[in-house]
Ligand binder design. Structure first.
Ligand code: HEM
Length: 525
């Protein structure tokens, strides 16, 4: 009988030794690669932009507030300036902290700065068809063309009727169930978008369409939390674990998302096609696009169904969050709310609700909308751009493929309260030279000395250059009509005030002939 061998010469596999070995090897490789990369970059090119000193392997990730990275970027800004280079694990990033640099890079050099950084998470979570994450190229161009047809500036009036109807529906929901105000804001956007994209009025029999859209939207929001993204990108094996494996939550979520991603493209699209073949279809993004080019071109029809479903993900959370910021501003600044309401009463009167024709005569409300977008931009880090080639900017080397974050942001209200005078927390929308006392909600800042509105229409929150938000015109109209109708009908108060002021609430409703009449106005706290 042979004694047991002292050594067995077999190579260890990941499964034999568990994820520990895999992590150790990955960490070592990342360290070697990043060291060599940095050495090479620093010795063959002008210097990289200034930034915090990275740790081996981890880079600057430990100094990052992972839930609110913009806080860290703003703190770095005070030390390193308007353009910063950092490394988050193995990912190099450039952060742009000023409007001037953002214009230089994203607009004047848009041929270099219009790509997007890629992530393994996109495909695993059915987001590779999202226009906002797509690499710069033909597929992305086709999406933009489809969006442009429906959402370019001149197309805006075509959507006004349905936006107005949705705003009125929103008022009824507020009246019936005031506590659920976030849901009502969300339903407002969902309702008019369903109509613009699929000519779907959200009737009970079309519930499956709305259901596919909301389900996908809900699943996606959790995945793109910064911590979850970083974990999956750093340890990709988490997405390869079998679903039965204890703790394989990312894999389970991925499978759910892939199913929901399939449904969100196919269910509404089939709905439109069936109605088109029954000659029962009004104008909408999908039907118009298919009528224009025909349904035989597979590349085109795929792009149409993808772009259509992307519009919901892009529109719903952003618009709802902006309306919530508006509500917060009204609660915190009752005198501004009263001033906007007085303007509406003066111009519109009390016998009807505002409509789009009233907009030019309501400059104060216009300023309230701009100030809402400035005070708390809801996509504070934008979506990162990426470079398609290397570049040299102001003597700094910007590598090819680096993620470039426009930091449009400001600090959350809690930090403003703690550090009311801390100037280091200010980037573009809170640049003190352009917007003095930036933490104050002050619509007056948008007026010139002669009392007319200035030209600053707060584009900062909608991004830059070739990747600028395709929905900016439609959302501008929808936010305006929602705010105008809300202020004409309701007042928002802090429910925790010791002596809540009881205010008259007027509400209007459509009578059967479609005209608007004034109902009796009950008083609610
Ligand atoms: C308050 C509402 C909204 C805000 C604050 C917002 C903001 C943004 C921002 C910051 C970007 C990134 C731009 C860049 O990379 O430079 C973006 C991209 C995008 N937005 Fe919006 N958005 C809003 C509403 C909408 C709506 C209503 C739609 C759909 C109609 C939409 C569709 C998109 C799409 C498709 C992109 C990707 C563009 C591309 O990568 O080429 N957004 N948005």
């Amino acid at each position: 009988m042979h004694p047991p061998p002292l050594y067995t010469w077999s190579y260890p596999t990941m499964l034999d030794n568990g994820p520990g070995l895999y992590l150790a090897v990955s960490a070592l490789m990342i360290a070697v690669l990043s060291y060599s990369r940095k050495y090479w970059l620093n010795h063959s090119h002008p210097p990289l932009p200034p930034g915090p000193t990275p740790l081996p392997v981890l880079g600057n990730v430990l100094s990052l507030d992972s839930a609110r990275p913009w806080l860290t970027f703003n703190a770095w800004r005070s030390t390193y300036g308007d353009i910063i280079y950092a490394r988050l694990l193995n990912k190099p990033v450039v952060v742009v902290n000023s409007e001037e640099v953002a214009k230089d890079l994203f607009e004047r050099r848009s041929s270099i700065y219009s790509d997007r950084p890629q992530s393994i998470v996109y495909e695993a979570f059915a987001s590779d068809f999202n226009t906002g994450f797509m690499p710069y190229g033909n597929r992305w161009r086709l999406h933009r063309r489809i969006f442009h047809q429906a959402f370019h500036q001149a197309a805006t009036p075509a959507h006004q009727a349905v936006q107005l109807r949705s705003a009125r529906k929103m008022l009824s929901s507020f009246l019936q169930d005031p506590d659920n105000y976030p849901d009502h804001f969300q339903m407002f956007t969902l309702t008019f978008m369903l109509s613009i994209i699929y000519d779907c009025e959200g009737k009970a029999e079309d519930d499956h369409v709305a259901h596919a859209i909301t389900k996908y939207g809900e699943l996606i929001v959790d995945v793109f939390a910064p911590t979850a993204m970083t974990l999956m990108e750093t340890f990709p094996f988490l997405l390869k674990l079998p679903t039965w494996f204890p703790g394989a939550t990312f894999k389970q979520a991925s499978l759910k998302c892939i199913q929901a991603g399939h449904d969100v493209k196919e269910i509404p699209f089939q709905y439109v096609k069936e109605r088109m073949s029954a000659n029962d279809m009004g104008p909408c993004l999908v039907a118009d696009a298919l009528n224009k080019t025909g349904q035989e071109d597979v590349v085109y029809t795929t792009a149409v169904k993808e772009a259509a479903s992307v519009a919901f993900t892009a529109a719903t959370e952003t618009s709802t969050a902006t309306l919530l910021v508006f509500l917060l501003a009204m609660v915190l600044n009752p005198e501004i709310q009263a001033k906007a309401q007085a303007e509406i009463d003066r111009v519109v009167g009390k016998d009807r609700l505002p409509n789009f024709n009233d907009r030019p005569a309501l400059p104060y409300l216009e300023a309230v909308l701009r100030e809402t977008l400035r005070w708390h931009p809801v996509v504070p880090m934008g979506i990162p751009h990426a470079t398609t080639t290397s570049d040299i900017y102001n003597g700094y080397f910007i590598p090819k493929g680096v993620a470039v974050f426009p930091n449009a942001w400001k600090v959350p209200a809690t930090l403003i309260l703690i550090y009311p005078n801390n100037e280091t927390f200010r980037a573009m929308t809170h640049d003190t030279t352009k917007y003095p006392s930036p933490n104050e909600f002050k619509p007056e800042r948008f007026f010139q000395a002669d009392g007319s509105l200035n030209n600053d229409n707060m584009h900062l929150g909608f991004g830059w250059g070739r990747r600028i938000c395709v929905g900016r015109y439609v959302v501008d109209a929808s936010l305006w009509i929602a705010m105008a109708n809300f202020l004409a009908s309701f007042s928002a108060h802090n429910a925790l005030d010791e002596h809540p002021s009881r205010s008259e609430v007027h509400h209007w409703f459509h009578n059967s002939s479609g005209d608007i009449s004034l109902s009796h106005s009950p008083a609610i706290p």
